[in-house]
Every structure is written in structure tokens, then in C-alpha cells.
Design a protein around this ligand. Sequence first.
Ligand code: NI
Length: 175
Amino acid sequence: MIRRVLRMGDPHLLRVAQPVITFGTAELKSLIQDMMDTMAEENGVGLAAPQIDVDLRIVIFGFESSERYPTADAVPFTTLVNPELTPLSSEEEEGWEGCLSVPGLRGWVPRFQHLKYAGFDIDGNRIEREVEGFHARVVQHECDHLDGILYPMRVRDLRLFGFSEELGLAHLPDD
Ligand code: NI
């Protein structure tokens, strides 16, 4: 079921979300299906549960088509519950981001270039990956939502934050 995506300004986007305690339930499966349906409908590359007003530490992300991000490698479709991120170097990389909760806008955001992430899948199986570049960026963006952080809060130069059309970035999807 497609759910409504909360937009910036809604205080529920600013909460620190709660960890999932019980895995593999029908309720959790239904929630993740709703997140997938909503992300697909909105053409997003990621979605966090708080964006559909669910106060849990769950993110989904992934995309196949490289034509939307010609310079980015595909990111495997992943459901990540109770994620933990560990930067593997202090090196940062800046890039444009958008967000389904901040429609129509883009900002230039620094992210760790190289990191390790861990968490669980829907059934409680451990996931651990070491990633770089765009994959690392997407995970950081989505996991920020679990701590009540929206990407505009990370934009260092607000001259590089604006409407996609005015920035000449209208071809990029919101994510
Ligand atoms: Ni977002």
C-alpha cells in the first residue's frame, strides 16, 4: 500500500526512531512492503520508516537503472533494520541530494566516502557491508532520517541548496 510521505516541517521527521525488537512478523513484512510500494511510486532510491510516520529504525534503498545516475554504480535493493554506520576514513565527498520529504529541492551535501554498515534484514539475519561512493551516500542519507536529520541540515553552503529546476538538476529523481 502506498503511504503518504511526511514533508519537512512535520515534527515527526525530527524524532529519534525506536529500534525494532521483534523480527519476521507479519506486521513488519507489511510495513516494509508499504515502504517499497511508496518508494517505487515516488521514484525514490531510498526511504526511511519515519518518512511514512512509523517510529522505527528501518530503511530501504537500492536502484538498478544507471541512466538516472549515470556516474553511479547500481545499489542492491536492501532492507536494513537497526542499522549502525562506521566511517572507515575521515575522507568526505560532496554531492547533490534530494529527499522525498523535501520535494523539488536539491542540496550539496558532504558525506563520508568509505564506510562499513551493519544491521539486520526483515527476518533478523545479520547484514554487514563495506561500501563507498554513492552507495555510502544513500545509506548515510537514509540512516540520518532515523536520527531526525534531514539533508538540508548538513548543507554547508546554503547557496548550494535550492529548487532542482533552478539548479539545472530537474533530471535527477528525489531520493
Ligand atoms: Ni530522505
